[in-house]
Structures are given as structure tokens and as C-alpha cells.
Design a protein around this ligand. Structure first.
Ligand code: NI
Length: 226
């Protein structure tokens, strides 16, 4: 299951971020790639742990913690500190799967259940640069307005088509979910949305609604780890 979260950041937040990123110390993106994906990766990236990455990443993490749709969809156990990349003309990222585990900056490691791209450039600022997530059909092509977030299963093959003009700036990161199985996460998300939609129609004290809410939490308890 994939989802778009509109306006994780508003226009003012995006503008401030872009100003700071314009003056940040960009480096070759191969530094965070695994062996296989380094061969396919051609872009620029902010070094993990540089001041801009840390401060802007913390701002994104704060927005995620306040976003109910993100919380319901991802059921996050941990979020990798957001990283930043920039694709100029000629840059792209061929088809690859993200590494299953990533070392966390403060120690420990994170299992990558969900991959996230937060678009920080508007589609009109660059040509090409679509995120393509292979879904068994033609592939889902994604190019969202600045401030919008796209979440997709980290198990999928994905790529970024070459940028032919302009520049595409984005943040990217991974989420370890309380629920490792994508199918179980999708079921919990559907159930949560159905409960939220029923609530105003039947009222908080409706017995069936209370039972469904109990089922949601009991399934989450059964299926969650950590
Ligand atoms: Ni990737």
C-alpha cells in the first residue's frame, strides 16, 4: 500500500528549508548507498549529521509526530533521521531496493519497513525526476507538490528517472513500523479509517463502534513488536 500525505509542510516551512538547503554542503550521494545501489545512484546528498541535515530533519520529524494520517498509516516504532538529496540535470537513480537495515546515528539499527520521499521542489521546477515504484504493473510514477510526502513499502523496487532540466530537492527516510507485515499494516489502516468515518455517524457510545475499536487495538497488540 502506498499513500500520499498532502502538505506535511506548509509553503512557508518549505521556503525556509529550501533557503537553508541552498547554502548547505552537498556531497556525492553514493556515501549512503549499499554496494548494489551505489552502482545505480547518481545524485547529491547532505552528509548525515551535518548541521542543516540535523536541524531540518528534526523539523520534519516533529511534523510527522503531529500528523495523524502518517501515524495511522505507518504505525511508527522509529523514524530514521531524515536525509536530503538533490538531483540536477543528468542525475537519476536506477532501479534498486533499499537496504533492509540501517545503522541509527545514535547506535542500534532500524529495519526499513516503509520508504518515504518528502518533495521539497515543485513539479514545475524540474523536468523528469519522477519517483517510480514498481507495483507489478507499469510502475507507479510519483511527482508531488513541494511539502507533500509519499510513503511506499521499502520492499519494492524503485527508481528516480533522470532529471533533464532544473533541480529536484527532496528529503528521504525510512520508518520501522510496530507492524512489520505490509498486509497487516494495510488491514489496520483500513479498519482505523472505517472507525474514524463511522464515529460521527453513530456516536462515540455506539456499542458496535466500541467493539470495532477494541478489535483494532487487540489486532495491533497481537501484530506489533517492540
Ligand atoms: Ni531507494
Amino acid at each position: 500500500m502506498m499513500i500520499e500525505i498532502e502538505q506535511l509542510l506548509d509553503a512557508a516551512a518549505v521556503r525556509r528549508m529550501r533557503e537553508r538547503l541552498a547554502a548547505a554542503p552537498w556531497a556525492d550521494g553514493k556515501v549512503t548507498a549499499g554496494y548494489q545501489s551505489a552502482l545505480a545512484k547518481n545524485n547529491e546528498q547532505l552528509p548525515e549529521g551535518c548541521t542543516e541535515a540535523r536541524e531540518l530533519g528534526a523539523e520534519i520529524a516533529a511534523a510527522l509526530s503531529q500528523n495523524l494520517l502518517f501515524q495511522s498509516f505507518a504505525l511508527p516504532r522509529a523514524v530514521f533521521p531524515p536525509l536530503f538529496n538533490r538531483y540536477g540535470a543528468g542525475h537519476g537513480f536506477g532501479s534498486h531496493v533499499d537496504n533492509a537495515w540501517r545503522p541509527m546515528p545514535g547506535g542500534g539499527r532500524l529495519r526499513t519497513d516503509i520508504s518515504a520521499t518528502l518533495f521539497l521542489s515543485d513539479p514545475g521546477e524540474y523536468d523528469g525526476g519522477e519517483l517510480v515504484v514498481e507495483d507489478g504493473h507499469d510502475g507507479k510514477r510519483v511527482k508531488l507538490p513541494a511539502g507533500h510526502l509519499f510513503l511506499y513499502p521499502a520492499t519494492t523496487l524503485h527508481s528516480v528517472t533522470p532529471v533533464t532540466a532544473g533541480a529536484r530537492v527532496a528529503s528521504f527516510f525510512w520508518i520501522e513500523s510496530l507492524v512489520a507485515s505490509a498486509a497487516r499494516r494495510a488491514t489496520l489502516f483500513d479498519l482505523d479509517l472505517a472507525i474514524q468515518s463511522l464515529r460521527p455517524r453513530v456516536g462515540d457510545d455506539d456499542a458496535a463502534l466500541i467493539t470495532l475499536t477494541g478489535c483494532y487495538h487487540n489486532m495491533l497488540r497481537e501484530w506489533s513488536h517492540g
